[in-house]
Design a protein around this ligand. Structure first.
Ligand code: MG
Length: 375
């Protein structure tokens, strides 16, 4: 790879099990391809973002979310001349460890694991566990044997306690250094994508209205701008133009502010990126504030909306009851999971099994165990 600035990742520092460089691909293209071919990636199609998977064909799932994150990540990486393939690989893998039923599922599984004293559940850590251990496809190793750089990006948060068990990839949480610019970008692309597609889905579902969204300054400003240009625009097209304008505006801010940061903090190498006191890939102060306001708005008006709360209640119940059933009797688990109990411990195996479920699979298992008429 030529003509990349020295602060972009160009070569990998390696994989856990040594492999020759692929003949026609870069290491990061190989990582991306392995992620796309994994079983965990295919399961994302049937996992919820905010809405339960079967509620409507038009809402985001974890799969479409991951593709949108990757698309945003790639665009920004191109503009900043970073390693596009690495950003894409991290973005596509970032949610592999997500439970069924979105964040609700994660919270429920976390509580279950905490209640039995098994250390809780972190979905970033589970994503890493999938690519490091749980995927079974290769003769020579467990997992996908991804590069250090992709793994580093996948592990976007981690408690200090867990970081200590993870070797090199956990070190930055212990010594407070920053990850690569590509990892920083993948992380912020995730947040950018879900804020705006939650608005898009919320409007479509009728949980939010455009009038209500005008409470948020950035939205109000964009709306005025669009209506000045197209005074007769309304309903669906207005809603779509609004989301598109918001995404563009936010991406421009991200690109320009990151370019400023690179100059301001004298970033000339990957070492500079890692030692920097702040994340270099970031919004301007004004945009950062706008994004916080937007998040608060979404929390209050969408994630706490009674229809979403009802789903939350139901999903929590399903995850908790499944967890309790399996830890009470491991023979309820499928054979291939029972076999792993001696090695990984019952709680970890149950956690792997439940977090790997799709929404509909979790419903089916719940019905099998708890609904009299169902088999
Ligand atoms: Mg995500």
């Amino acid at each position: 790879m030529i003509n990349k600035p020295n602060y972009a990742v160009t070569v990998s520092i390696g994989r856990q099990v040594f492999e020759e460089l692929p003949k026609y691909r870069t290491d990061f293209q190989r990582d991306r391809d392995r992620i796309i071919h994994s079983s965990a990636f295919r399961r994302l199609e049937y996992k919820t973002q905010v809405f339960i998977n079967h509620e409507g064909d038009l809402f985001r799932t974890r799969l479409t979310h991951s593709l949108e994150v990757a698309q945003i990540g790639r665009s920004v990486a191109n503009a900043l001349n970073l390693n596009v393939d690495l950003v894409e690989a991290i973005c596509l893998a970032h949610d592999l460890g997500h439970t069924p039923f979105g964040h609700v599922g994660q919270d429920a599984l976390n509580s279950c694991m905490l209640n039995v004293g098994a250390g809780g559940f972190e979905h970033n850590l589970q994503s890493l566990r999938i690519v490091d251990t749980l995927e079974e496809r290769y003769a020579l190793f467990d997992g996908l044997n991804l590069t250090f750089e992709t793994r580093e990006g996948i592990l976007k948060h981690c408690s200090k306690k867990n970081a200590k068990t993870l070797g090199l990839v956990g070190e930055r949480f212990l010594n407070n250094t920053k990850p690569s610019l590509e990892a920083q970008l993948a992380n912020i692309s995730d947040e950018l994508a879900y804020n705006y597609h939650d608005i898009d889905d919320g409007l479509r579902a009728g949980l939010l209205t455009i009038e209500q969204l005008c409470e948020v300054e950035i939205i109000n400003n964009e709306l005025k701008y669009i209506l000045a240009k197209y005074p007769h625009l309304k309903s669906r097209r207005l809603h779509k133009e609004l989301v598109r304008h918001l995404i563009n505006k936010t991406i421009y801010d991200l690109i320009e502010n990151t370019q400023n940061n690179i100059h301001k903090y004298g970033i000339e190498s990957i070492a500079d990126v890692r030692q920097s006191p702040v994340n270099i890939v970031s919004y301007s102060d004004d945009m950062y504030k706008e994004q916080r306001t937007l998040k608060k708005f979404l929390m209050k008006n969408m994630y706490k909306h009674h229809t979403v709360m009802q789903l939350r209640f139901k999903a929590t119940n399903i995850i908790t009851q499944l967890f309790n059933a399996y830890v009470t009797d491991e023979f309820l688990l499928p054979k291939q999971f029972q076999c792993r109990v001696a090695h990984d411990g019952l709680y970890q195996v149950v956690c792997d099994y439940i977090s790997g479920m799709t929404d509909r699979y979790a419903f089916r298992q719940y019905n099998r165990l708890f609904v009299a008429e169902s088999v």
